[in-house]
Design a protein around this ligand. Structure first.
Ligand code: 3HC
Length: 288
C-alpha cells in the first residue's frame, strides 16, 4: 500500500452503497475496481456516479477540484471477483444477508493477496463472525459508510474480536483520506448508528400502524420538531425498507428485547415488495 493507502481498492457490490464508496475512493485519487455479478447493475451504478459527480462538480464540491472524467477513468467495472486478485484493500457492500456476505468473504479470502484487508460495509452483522469465515481474521474490519456516501461525513469503524492494530490503523488512514470523520464502535448488533436510528424508524412504523398520525404528520413532526433533514418514514424509504427490516431483525435476534421487535406494518410493506424509493413505492409513492 502506497503511503499506507491501497494502491488498488476493490469494492464488491454496485448497489447504492457500493457505487457511492467506489465513487468517493476514485474521487480521492485511488484506483478502484467495482465488482458486481450483474453487468446491468454496473451500468446503473455508472449512470448514478456520473450524475452524482456532475452535481458535486457544479457546486465546486469535488475535493481538490477533481475532474469527473478523471474520477471515472480511475474506476474499472468487473463482473468477476477474480478482478480483485491484485487488490490491497477490499470493501464488501453486498445486500445485508449474513450467508451471502460470508460467502463473499470466503471467496475474497481465497482470491485476494495475503496482505489485503477485507472490510465489510455491513450495517449490523457481526464482523467477528464474517472474519471467522476467512483464514485472515486479523485483516477483517467493519467500514460502515452512510447513505448517500458522497454527501455524508461519517464512517463507523468496527473492530472484530481478532482485528489487528495494523488493520485498524490502515482502515482509519483510509477513512481519513476519503475525507470522512470516524466513530468507533464495538462489534455489537447494529453498532452505534443503526442501534439508535433503526428503533426510531421502527417506532415511526408502529405510530403509523396505530394511526397516531398520518405518514406526513409523523414525518413533519420529527423533521421540524427535532431538526432532522428527513422524517423517519421518508428516511426509511430512502434507505430501503428491506434493509431497515434486516437490521431490526439482527437487533431483535441478538439483543432479544421486545423494544427491537420489527413492526408488523414494516414487515408487510416488505412482503408486498414496497421497498421504498428504489422500488418506486414504500410508505410514499415515487412513480411520478
Ligand atoms: N451525490 C451528490 N450529491 C448529492 C447526492 C448524491 N448522491 N445526494 C444529495 N446530494 C446533494 C445535493 O446536490 C444537495 O447539495 P446542496 O446542498 O449543495 O444543494 C444536497 O446533497 C442536498 O440534496 P437535496 O437538496 O437533493 O435534498 P435534501 O436537502 O433533502 O438532502 C440528503 C438530501 C443529503 C440525503 C438529506 O436529506 C439527508 O441528509 N438526509 C438524511 C440522510 C441520512 O440520515 N443518512 C444516513 C442513513 S443511515 C445509513 O446510511 C446507515 C445504513 O447502514 C442504513
Amino acid at each position: 500500500m502506497a503511503r499506507g493507502l491501497p494502491k488498488l481498492l476493490g469494492v464488491v457490490g454496485a448497489g447504492q452503497m457500493g457505487a457511492g464508496i467506489a465513487q468517493v475512493a476514485a474521487t480521492c485519487g485511488l484506483q478502484v475496481v467495482l465488482v458486481d455479478r450483474a453487468a446491468s447493475q454496473l451500468e446503473r451504478a455508472a449512470e448514478g456516479m456520473r450524475a452524482s459527480l456532475a452535481r458535486l462538480a457544479a457546486k465546486g464540491r469535488l475535493p481538490g477540484g477533481a475532474d469527473p472524467d478523471a474520477v471515472l477513468a480511475r474506476l474499472q467495472p468487473a463482473t468477476e471477483l477474480e478482478a480483485l486478485a491484485a487488490a490491497d484493500y477490499v470493501v464488501e457492500a453486498v445486500p445485508e444477508r449474513e450467508a451471502l456476505k460470508a460467502d463473499v468473504f470466503r471467496a475474497l479470502d481465497s482470491l485476494a493477496p495475503p496482505h489485503a484487508v477485507l472490510a465489510s460495509n455491513t450495517s449490523s452483522i457481526s464482523i467477528t463472525r464474517l472474519a471467522a469465515a476467512t483464514a485472515r481474521p486479523d485483516r477483517v474490519v467493519g467500514l460502515h459508510f452512510m447513505n448517500p456516501v458522497p454527501v455524508m461525513g461519517l464512517i463507523e469503524l468496527v473492530r472484530g474480536m481478532q482485528t489487528s492494530d495494523e488493520t485498524f490503523e490502515a482502515t482509519q488512514r483510509l477513512a481519513t483520506h476519503l475525507g470522512k470523520t470516524t466513530c468507533v464502535s464495538l462489534d455489537r448488533p447494529g453498532f452505534i448508528v443503526n442501534r439508535i436510528l433503526m428503533p426510531m424508524i421502527n417506532e415511526a412504523f408502529f405510530a403509523l400502524m396505530e394511526g397516531v398520525g398520518t405518514a406526513h404528520d409523523i414525518d413533519t413532526g420529527m423533521k421540524l420538531g427535532t431538526n432532522q433533514p428527513m422524517g423517519p418514514l421518508t428516511l426509511a424509504d430512502f434507505i430501503g425498507l428491506d434493509t431497515c427490516l434486516s437490521i431490526m431483525r439482527v437487533l431483535h435476534d441478538n439483543l432479544g428485547d421486545d423494544k427491537y421487535r420489527p413492526c408488523p406494518l414494516l414487515i408487510q410493506y416488505v412482503d408486498a415488495g414496497w421497498l421504498g424509493k428504489k422500488s418506486g413505492r414504500g410508505v410514499y409513492s415515487y412513480s411520478s
